[in-house]
Design a protein around this ligand. Structure first.
Ligand SMILES: C[S@@+](CC[C@H](N)C(=O)[O-])C[C@H]1O[C@@H](n2cnc3c(N)ncnc32)[C@H](O)[C@@H]1O
Length: 296
């Protein structure tokens, strides 16, 4: 297995946002390489608890070795389903003092060539974060209609040549199935990154999971509990911003998104597009403005 290394993005900012209570109960919804989880754990007393979730079996297996601590419970699953069915996953209707979600793909997923996330090398087109899912990027590339390919390349990849690329893919797959990353990358010519990003987001329904998680999140926080979300795509950040602003149960702590400092930007290129937002669960206010009033 490729060594599990992932430099946690905006670690200090995330910990500040969580404002950890040593005896509290915490959720890391995106365990990955466990960098954030380890630091959350370091802030907890022996009475504290950490639940760490990932849909990727590699992340869970790695943490089984490196995050072996009585206070930690590892859960393999999609964070939206976990928040939707707390009794199934946590054994009770637990309320959290803090939750962290560091969205997107881990360095381990990108660097493990056979997972097919990377446009480098020649591997099966895959990109599933959850290895047990029956749907991979190969189905999208070979089966989705031209219009759908164009849409995801535009919206998820922000690729201005989306129509040309979608057309090239449809023509190529009429000749023979596109099964490897080398075949795909050759069709994309000079800028494969945006198309790979779009395929990854679509394969894993990343925006759908985020939307469902944001709906459930306020009800799973204890009063005074904090939610910290780090996103890497403008569509994700907009969903987070609006969900925080429009919930009568949340107070927004970060008026503007927090972004990485210069040192981090220089040392970790992956942090480049990161935006961090924090909200706190509040007592519901009966006189709180409607979402429409708030957006004015
Ligand atoms: C950016 S990495 C997290 C890195 C981690 N914070 C660290 O410090 O190592 C994102 C992780 O979240 C997982 N993930 C993404 N979407 C998910 C979802 N909807 N449910 C559960 N895990 C998800 C991915 O599999 C990946 O391992």
């Amino acid at each position: 297995m490729v060594e599990f290394s992932h430099t946690p993005v905006m670690l200090n900012e995330a910990l500040n946002g969580l404002n950890i209570k040593p005896d509290g109960v915490y959720l890391d919804g995106t365990l990955g390489g466990g960098g954030h989880s380890r630091e959350i754990l370091a802030g907890l007393s022996l009475a504290g608890r950490l639940f760490a979730v990932d849909r990727d079996a590699d992340a869970i297996n790695n943490a089984g070795q490196n995050l072996n601590d009585e206070r930690v419970t590892l859960i393999r699953g999609n964070f939206s389903e976990v928040l939707d069915n707390p009794r199934d996953y946590f054994g009770s209707d637990i309320l959290f003092d803090g939750m962290l979600f560091d969205l997107g793909v881990s360095s381990h997923q990108l660097d493990t060539m056979e997972r097919g996330f990377s446009f480098k090398g020649d591997n099966p087109i895959d990109m599933r974060m959850d290895q047990s899912s029956e749907f991979s990027a190969k189905e999208i590339v070979n089966e989705w209609p031209y219009e759908e390919l164009k849409r995801i390349f535009y919206t998820y990849g922000e690729e201005r040549y989306a129509p040309q690329i979608a057309k090239r893919i449809v023509e190529a797959r009429d000749r023979e199935p596109i099964t490897t990353t080398l075949q795909l990358t050759n069709l994309l010519k000079s800028h494969p990154k945006r198309v790979y990003q779009a395929l990854r987001i679509a394969t894993n329904d990343e925006l759908g999971s985020l939307e469902r998680m944001l709906e459930r999140l306020p009800d799973r926080l204890a009063i005074g509990g904090r939610a910290v979300i780090i996103s890497f795509h403008s569509l994700e950040d907009r969903l987070v911003k609006n969900a925080f602003k429009n919930s009568a149960k949340l107070g927004v702590i970060t008026k503007h998104p927090v972004t990485p400092g210069e040192m981090e930007l220089a040392s970790n290129p992956r942090s480049g597009s990161a935006k961090l937002r924090v909200a706190e669960r509040i007592q519901e206010q009966w006189n709180k403005q409607t979402p429409q009033e708030k957006s004015n």
